[in-house]
Design a protein around this ligand. Structure first.
Ligand SMILES: NC(=O)c1ccc[n+]([C@@H]2O[C@H](COP(=O)([O-])OP(=O)(O)OC[C@H]3O[C@@H](n4cnc5c(N)ncnc54)[C@H](OP(=O)(O)O)[C@@H]3O)[C@@H](O)[C@H]2O)c1
Length: 330
């Protein structure tokens, strides 16, 4: 059997991806073979497909870190042909082991999770790492005492996949959400998914002092870099910043003052857990759960497998809105 896959190669000193046709035997080994139905496009997937950065660490390799579909064959007693499953995240899938952007995927059984009751194959990856990471961030805000009465929560990189879900989940819990975006034309979208106010990216920036006007009870930051420093300097007393992204930069400079004079907390969020190792936040997003996003079908949209490379290019060059889900098969 032959099938299509997008594969990243390292040739002539640079990384490049192309669509190939290959056989099942060309896939990395694993107990579970899955006929792919949907795959997600994360920021890091787009970088991998476009050959930017250091996401893929073995060549050639099929990128893509999230897929859902039906088990086509299994040598593991845990899964049977026809089971609807998903593989998401971890340190290997789509990085050192062939990933999601193949019409078939083969992985160790330990990486495979059943799709939670009430979710379908589309929703499992539409939510995926993006909503899960945001839900973990929201859990941390709650754990550290940031209740809706404490004040506004600002979400940076607002139109991105993760941040769109953060806005949706927070608004569903009754928080007043301020969305910070570099795409002012998307204000209507951001309000439709729950933002009470939309501000420009530049409005996060602040004066030069180590501590500036107190604005935010909480922050969910997808961008890192200089905006993260600005957030820290404008948090209210005992404010909490949950940081999970690096879209604006991997490093930032700050001072000790937000921490020792305003008791601000900076919490790093890692949502890159395989489905089988996820905490409660994953199931809290299923139907009836308190962290369930209410606007998944406004945030996530379908693209064809043929459109993947052009979409990734656009995401890297000019940014896209929300979260693309690739239809891998009918
Ligand atoms: N820690 C974890 O476990 C984890 C899990 C998932 C994702 N992430 C990280 O979280 C971030 C968001 O991921 P995603 O998949 O949601 O990506 P995404 O859909 O591409 O969203 C990123 C958003 O950041 C903003 N942005 C892009 N470039 C920027 C720049 N130079 N300066 C300021 N803002 C910029 C844009 O939003 P606006 O135009 O609206 O400003 C963009 O839509 C990425 O850095 C990703 O690597 C981390």
């Amino acid at each position: 059997m032959r099938f299509r896959a997008v594969k990243v190669f390292h040739e002539d000193g640079r990384r490049a991806s192309r669509m190939v046709t290959q056989g099942i035997d060309d896939l990395d080994p694993g107990e579970v073979l899955i006929k792919s139905k949907y795959a997600a496009v994360n920021f890091k997937d787009a970088r991998a497909v476009c050959g930017v950065g250091n996401v893929v660490k073995r060549f050639p390799c099929i990128p893509g870190v999230e897929v859902s579909g039906a088990v086509a064959a299994s040598t593991s007693p845990a899964f049977r042909e026809g089971d609807m499953v998903t593989v998401q995240g971890g340190q290997e899938f789509g990085i050192r082991h062939d990933g999601a952007y193949g019409e078939y995927v083969r992985v160790p059984a330990a990486w495979v999770g059943r799709i939670p009751a009430g979710m379908d194959a589309f929703e499992a990856v539409a939510l995926g790492l993006a909503a899960y990471t945001s839900a973990v961030a929201v859990e941390e805000l709650i754990r550290l005492g940031i209740t809706p009465d404490k004040g506004s929560i600002v979400v940076t990189g607002a139109t991105g996949g993760c941040s769109s879900f953060a806005i949706d989940i927070l608004a569903g819990l009754g928080y007043r959400v301020v969305a910070s975006t570099g795409k002012p034309g998307e204000a209507d979208y951001l309000k439709a998914i729950g933002a009470a106010q939309v501000i420009g990216r530049d409005a996060i920036a602040t004066g030069p002092k180590p501590l500036e006007e107190q604005r935010w009870a909480g922050a969910i930051d997808a961008v890192g870099g200089a905006p993260l420093d600005a957030l820290l300097r404008t948090m209210k007393k005992r404010g909490v910043v949950c940081a999970f992204g690096n879209a604006a930069g991997e490093t930032f400079t700050t001072s000790i003052y937000p921490f020792i004079l305003r008791s601000v907390s900076l919490v790093g969020i890692n949502g890159n857990h395989p489905v089988s190792a996820r905490g409660a936040a994953w199931t809290r997003m299923a139907p009836g759960g308190d962290l369930r996003p209410r606007h998944t079908h406004k945030i996530a949209y379908e693209i064809a497998f043929d459109e993947l490379q052009a979409h990734c290019d656009k995401l890297i060059r000019s940014g896209v809105r929300g979260r693309a889900v690739v239809r891998m098969s009918g």
